[in-house]
Write a protein that binds this ligand. Sequence first.
Ligand SMILES: [Zn+2]
Length: 209
Amino acid sequence: MKEELVPGEWKPIGASVPKLAGEYFLVTGSGKYFRNVTIRPEDSFCIIELDGKGENYRVCWGLVNGGRPTSELPSHLMNHEVKMLATNGRHRVIYHAHPANTIALTFVLPLTDEAFTRELWEMATECPVVFPDGVGVVPWMVPSGRDIAVATSELMKKYDVAIWAHHGIFASGEDFDLTFGLMHTVEKSAEILVKVRSMTAQKRLFEKD
Ligand SMILES: [Zn+2]
């Protein structure tokens, strides 16, 4: 196969991320599957370059069979910008997924940072250790645009996890293991809460003797 190294044309990101001007990111393609990333990386994701203003991107490599970066590019990049500043560049991964138990809870719990943080911390002892700052909650908003990106990146100033009501999660971390691990910890905690609530309305909390 002939390697395609000529960058594509500049396209608007849909948000402004001036602090990321000139940076490169590895991005999954819209409608692509994580399962195929290791099998057909050149088809499943791409490397994008941002322009000097942080307002446009172009594909430098990948997506050899066509397509475009994830439709959540504005949220991913605005989160990257916030986290780059907040962690002095340590956080390099922004991961978005649609985990079922966490989404289910957004139909049950009050859509507040406090309610979700409290319930998720309570379900497993590791949770306050894995996400000590808690989690933020974005009410239902139209996905893929600038507004939800702004709302999410605002929460990312405080948290490493932002739950999108009725949609999914954004998680931020230093590398893939830590970020996927964070996402799995939140989702496992949500699954325990779903199981507990399915068995009883009354949680039995820790009691000494
Ligand atoms: Zn999504």
